[in-house]
Design a protein around this ligand. Structure first.
Ligand SMILES: Cc1cc2nc3c(=O)[nH]c(=O)nc-3n(C[C@H](O)[C@H](O)[C@H](O)COP(=O)(O)O)c2cc1C
Length: 168
């Protein structure tokens, strides 16, 4: 899939088919995260792939904004070092992973943001790291509206030369 097309069409997917995700897709998604650039090349992230149903269900209970994690074929927990650029770095890696999944016909979304210490404990993530996000991933249960986004128009967010000058 063309990069811009992937960005244009990428949407959050919160319900999934009961169909396993191929190992090679999981690996590609992880590679997309691993290969992402980070400040000073610090790579301050760790990715935990969760596929056990019981653990997914518990994650869905622990993260209130992510009950759908319980029904995903897998979720990737993204843990970060407690360093200044780690959130920015891992956010880039997350976007890379979501785009790589999308290109393979898989959907997911970013779940969480507030400290998720109970998630960390459940997954044996050391206390030197914190969980930034869970990424449930699976084949979308419904056909996704390709590119039907609710976004501010370009005229509201883009400027030309100086702030407030319209970008035509
Ligand atoms: C930092 C961040 C945190 C998010 N947290 C959640 C979340 O906890 N639960 C959820 O269902 N979606 C979450 N999302 C997904 C957004 O709600 C979603 O991307 C946004 O509404 C735009 O919708 P779209 O991705 O379908 O275009 C999060 C997204 C970001 C970037």
């Amino acid at each position: 899939m063309d990069v811009f097309e992937a960005i244009r069409t990428l949407l959050s997917v919160r319900s999934y088919q009961d169909k396993p995700v191929p190992e090679e897709s999981i690996r590609r998604i992880l590679e997309a995260g691993r290969l992402t650039g980070s400040a000073k090349n610090a790579q301050p992230w760790q990715f935990v792939v969760v596929q056990e149903r019981q653990t997914l269900q518990r994650l869905g209970e622990l993260v209130r904004s992510g009950a759908h994690v319980a029904h995903a074929p897998l979720a990737i927990a993204v843990a970060i070092e407690k360093t200044p650029f780690a959130v920015s770095d891992a956010s880039r890696a997350i976007q890379s992973m979501l785009l790589a999944a999308w290109a393979d016909g898989l959907g997911g979304n970013w779940v969480g943001f507030a400290p998720m210490s109970e998630v960390g404990a459940l997954l044996n993530i050391p206390e030197s790291l914190e969980v930034l996000a869970l990424l449930p991933i699976g084949y979308p249960a419904q056909a996704v509206g390709q590119g039907k986004k609710q976004r501010k128009p370009l005229s509201e967010v883009a400027h030309h030369e100086r702030f407030g000058e319209p970008f035509e």
